[in-house]
Design a protein around this ligand. Structure first.
Ligand code: SAM
Length: 277
């Protein structure tokens, strides 16, 4: 016998908890969450019933909700995500806020470079929020770059972002920018979090660079900053919850000045930056 919506939702809640169950059942039915409460006695079709069961089973073994529904909201916009890209995190909105504050002091035509763009969350958000900026986004993974390009198209800003494949500054050799931003991999090689939660299913190369302290990517990006920033330009980097002091020291050692450390909404320092020149 086919289940009612109430019965299917009840079973899903028991298996994976209320919030995830509501999101996944709504996704399987192609409805919003209000529909779930409004139509409890609706009888599911055979294919809806099977889709609910599949999504709940996948979530029960740990697959991230964002991959199951194929999207995640970031800074008020939906981004398509899948196993080729990191799921954009709320703490990265702190980096976006810092970048927008920096751009507020710049005129039209300011140039921005996003290193390791992944889904394109940072580059696309900056291009949407500041249509007058010229944004370049680089990425080592061709598969991730394809996702970023597609997200830019969906958000209507594809023609305003230059996407380039390559290792950090490799794709922009000889060029300098007013602002360089990056949320690079920074999880330490042996961090147990890599074997927990959503991280188990995200691309390892988006999370960790294999270095013992997790700072190899940040070192590479800081090392190239002087060559790729215009005079007066700034570098802004996201880093791990316990890396603020080390990243500030790296920035200072590279000759950046006006070093800043910015906390996320939980009060944890997550963004470091500095200026050239
Ligand atoms: C933490 S993810 C950030 C993704 C996206 N910017 C965000 O904030 O959601 C780091 C990204 O850097 C990319 N990456 C890793 N090593 C790289 C390298 N050597 N050069 C360029 N990109 C790299 C990864 O593929 C991944 O997309």
């Amino acid at each position: 016998m086919r289940r009612t919506l109430r019965a299917a939702l009840g079973e899903a809640i028991e298996a994976i908890g209320r919030v995830d169950a509501q999101v996944l059942v709504a996704d399987a039915l192609g409805v919003d969450r209000a529909h779930l409460a409004a139509h409890p006695m609706r009888v599911l079709t055979e294919s809806e019933d099977a889709k609910v069961d599949l999504l709940v089973a996948q979530r029960a073994i740990g697959l991230p909700v964002a991959y199951l529904v194929g999207k995640r909201e970031f800074y008020g916009r939906d981004f398509t995500v899948g196993p080729d890209v990191l799921i954009p995190r709320p703490e990265t909105e702190t980096l976006v806020e810092a970048a927008l504050a920096h751009l507020a002091g710049q005129g039209a035509g300011a140039t921005v470079l996003d290193l390791g763009t992944g889904s394109g969350a940072i580059a696309i958000t900056l291009a949407c929020e500041r249509p007058d900026a010229r944004v370049t986004a680089t990425e080592a993974s061709p598969a991730a770059l394809a996702v970023a390009r597609s997200n830019a198209k969906d958000r209507g800003c594809a023609e305003r972002i230059e996407f380039a494949e390559g290792e950090w500054y490799g794709a922009v050799a000889g060029r300098a920018f007013d602002l360089v931003v990056s949320n690079p991999p920074y999880v330490a090689r042996d961090d147990p979090h890599l074997a927990q939660g959503d991280l188990r299913f995200e691309p390892r190369s988006a999370l960790a660079d294999g270095s013992v302290d997790g700072l190899a990517s940040i070192r590479a990006i800081v090392a190239g900053a002087r060559e790729h920033l215009n005079p007066g330009g700034s570098l802004l980097l996201e880093h791990g919850y316990d890396q603020a002091v080390k990243v500030a020291a790296l920035l200072a050692a590279a000759g950046l000045r006006e070093i800043v450390s910015i906390a996320d909404l939980a009060g944890i320092p997550r963004v470091a930056g500095g200026k050239i020149g």
